[in-house]
Design a protein around this ligand. Structure first.
Ligand SMILES: [Zn+2]
Length: 407
């Protein structure tokens, strides 16, 4: 199928969608050289290049705005990191920095690390600006999502916390930001960065003794008022993963009322990721993203983990298509430069059922549900105390801004 036939097929599949609906979705699209540098930095072979190539091959760029990246200045990177840490990135090849700042093992020192960090951070900073300037309703950035980088330490393949930088940029417009982390691993550094703020963090992840990063479990000692954790044992599939995550989002919109949503959609919870820890399918992720879109709240969607590269590229392409309100044919276009990498499964859709999933025991499901309810009760109490007459949530500017943004 050539490009013209492909586009014709797409239009046939989505005849009733008004083009007006597409203009509010933006995609952060680094240059080819930047994509190559990002892939080299994050050490997940060709993942960004494959994802953007697939999005392009499906003709999705015709339906969304693409945005080049503004590099993130050092001053803005210091929203998430100490000056000492940024200096360590600059001098990362000096041995004294390696141990102290986590620049070893999975985050090895690299040439020009500060510049690489500035590019990575810039992808999500650009996304945040597009939302605050009300230029886009949904912004996708498959180069972002580095949720393990701490103020003073690199960790878990993450050198720079683009998410914290993006949320702090959004915070100049609103305190009420919901961060939702779908990655297999706990969103530890984001939760920690906003522990004493009104940013709501929700993380659904695998939790087990000895499993990285070791936080976000049911017995975490210091629970923050605005943090929801959904720790799941091995082999849990879509059913509970989606139900518990949706329940948290539903509660968040009835009690907390965010002005922005930032979603880290790391693909390592997929059943065919090499971790093989959870059994989530593409459909599980799509259900959550669809639910977030249906709230009409300005939405930033980021990448993150995902170590089955073709599976992650397919997942993120399907999310991009969904955010473009477009259905696409299932067979991957054979003109895609990475076409052979998808063999033997050249279909975009992968399994919709995960027959190897285990059931979450009823008592664990009930315990997590109780935790979610407790967090939102505490949030409700927090806002009642703060503003007894108004009750929880609903800042005045939101409805006004939504009108400007969406109608
Ligand atoms: Zn991960």
């Amino acid at each position: 199928m050539d490009r013209a036939e492909l586009i014709e097929e797409q239009i046939k599949l989505s005849p009733s969608k008004s083009p007006k609906r597409f203009v509010q979705t933006g995609l952060i699209y680094p240059s080819d050289a930047e994509l190559e540098l990002i892939d080299d930095t994050i050490k997940t072979k060709d993942r960004c290049q494959m994802t953007y190539s697939l999005i392009k091959s499906y003709g999705l760029l015709n339906r969304i705005y693409i945005h080049r990246v503004d590099q993130c200045p050092a001053k803005t990177m210091s929203l998430a990191h100490s000056n000492e840490y940024l200096l360590a990135l600059q001098k990362s090849k000096d041995e004294e920095y390696e141990e102290k700042y986590g620049l070893a093992y999975d985050c090895p020192p690299r040439d020009n690390l500060l510049e690489r960090a500035s590019l990575l951070a810039g992808t999500s900073l650009t996304a945040a600006r597009l939302l605050t300037e009300k230029k886009r309703k949904i912004v996708l950035n498959w180069c972002g999502g580095w949720h393990h980088a701490f103020e003073n330490k690199a960790s878990g393949f993450c050198y720079i916390n683009d998410i914290v930088i993006a949320i702090k940029t959004l915070q100049t417009f609103s305190k009420k930001i919901m961060y939702i982390d779908l990655d297999l691993h706990h969103g530890d550094a984001v939760e920690k960065a906003f522990k004493n703020s009104e940013v709501l963090t929700i993380s659904v992840h695998h939790y087990a003794v000895g499993f990285f990063p070791g936080t976000g479990g049911p017995n975490d000692e210091e629970k923050a008022t605005f943090a929801v954790n959904i720790p799941l044992p091995e082999l849990i599939g879509d059913e509970e993963w989606v139900a518990l995550t949706k329940y948290s989002i539903k509660k968040a919109f009835s009690i907390y009322n965010p002005d922005y949503v930032v979603c880290q959609a790391g693909g390592d919870a997929l059943f065919n990721d090499p971790h093989k820890s959870l059994r989530v399918t593409q459909q599980g992720y799509l259900d959550i993203i669809q639910y977030l879109i249906s709230t009409s709240c300005p939405l930033m969607i980021l990448g993150g983990g995902g170590y089955n590269v073709p599976a992650t590229a397919k997942l993120w392409t399907r999310i991009t298509a969904m955010c473009s309100f477009l259905k696409v044919p299932d067979e991957i276009p054979d003109e895609d430069q990475f076409y052979l990498e998808y063999f033997p499964n050249t279909n975009l859709k992968e399994s919709t059922t995960s027959d190897t999933a285990k059931k979450l025991p009823n008592e664990e499901f009930a315990a997590i549900t109780k935790h979610i309810e407790e967090v939102f009760e505490n949030i409700s109490t927090f806002y009642k105390r703060k503003s007894p007459m108004k009750g929880p949530g609903k800042p005045a500017f939101r409805s006004k801004r939504r009108k400007l943004c969406f109608e």
